[in-house]
Ligand binder design. Structure first.
Ligand SMILES: [Zn+2]
Length: 316
């Protein structure tokens, strides 16, 4: 089981713009009307995974509350990825798909009696990564869920899920926070200034979690032009000459290091979309250049930067 490492800091509190959905789900739970299968949808970087983690661990928490207490045995186990009634299914590292074997194992897990007498919770993220065979293997459990089973399917591309799966889930679409709510949250989380929060938020295209990662991982104030150039190449919104202009004024080591972070972010942190083989190739190549540069091997800035631009564009 792969637990959402990145998300642990947020396990104790749902994000401000998720409160209404979280409260609706908790209220259903109190009324014993919680559906057996929930489909959480919404754009990337909104925190669907955090909401799934927060609601799941809250359900298992030994202190009944809307959110997990974070300190009881159950919360500790869940946070460490070791809770016997909680399973998190995601593609294995370096793979894009969730295969039938993982789903069969999860189905077996769901059929076992709960060890703690509470719910058994299975999160599948991203659900659209399931192969056709995997989705088929899940159908029976969706149709006839055992006892206190809860399946949470997380997806930012629900249209790619088989209709048979979609129709058996109750769907909750995560709203975008308003700009002021997102900016206040960003400033609180990172202790950054208002202008930096705004810059990160627009660079991240109004995805608050992506913006937070930008602030935490980068010195945004000094690297904004560089980040903009790299993101532009990766997203196809900048031409190579435009990006090369954005690189000017930065040390080669800083450019390569920042490019590496951008690519690794795509591999490991892109919400609901595991990195492709192309992303791993980009990472390996950049790492090779970075190491060579740090060893003092001089291959020339004028040679390496156009190559970097090509690598990021052609393999994006
Ligand atoms: Zn707890």
């Amino acid at each position: 089981m792969r637990s959402p490492e990145l998300l642990k800091p947020w396990l104790n509190s749902a994000l401000p713009w998720q409160q209404s959905i979280l409260e609706r789900l908790s209220s259903l739970e109190h009324q014993k009307k919680l559906p057996h299968a929930i489909l959480l949808t919404g754009a990337k970087g909104l925190g669907k995974t955090q909401l799934a983690a927060s609601f799941a661990t809250g359900l298992l928490c030994q202190r009944a509350g809307v959110e997990p207490c974070g300190s009881c045995t159950s919360c500790q186990l869940a946070g460490g990825g070791a809770h016997g009634d909680f399973r998190w299914i995601a593609p294995e590292e370096g793979k894009r798909a969730i295969g039938v074997d993982a789903i069969r194992a999860a189905v077996t897990f769901m059929q076992q009696t709960s060890g703690y007498g509470s719910h058994k919770v299975l999160v599948i993220q991203p659900a659209e990564a399931m192969t056709a065979a995997a989705a088929n293997a899940l159908l029976k459990t969706l149709e006839e869920p055992p006892g206190k089973a809860l399946l949470i399917l997380v997806s930012h591309r629900p249209g790619e899920l088989p209709a048979t799966v979609r129709s058996r889930c109750q769907r909750y679409n995560l709203p975008h926070p308003s700009r002021p709510v997102a900016l206040t949250w960003l400033a609180n989380q990172s202790s950054c200034s208002g202008p930096i929060a705004e810059q990160a938020y627009s660079l991240a295209q109004a995805q608050p979690l992506t913006a937070l990662r930008l602030i935490l991982n980068e010195d945004l104030a000094t690297k904004a032009a560089l980040i903009d150039a790299l993101s532009g190449l990766l997203e196809g919104s900048k031409t190579t000459p435009e990006a090369l202009a954005g690189f000017s004024g930065y040390d080669l080591d800083v450019i390569l290091d920042t490019a590496l972070q951008r690519v690794e972010e795509r591999i490991y942190y892109a919400a609901g979309e595991p990195g492709s083989k192309a992303h791993f190739r980009q990472r390996d190549k950049i790492l090779e250049w970075l190491i060579a540069n740090r060893k003092g091997i001089n291959f020339g800035r004028d040679v390496i930067l156009p190559e970097l631009a090509r690598l990021l564009v052609t393999e994006a």
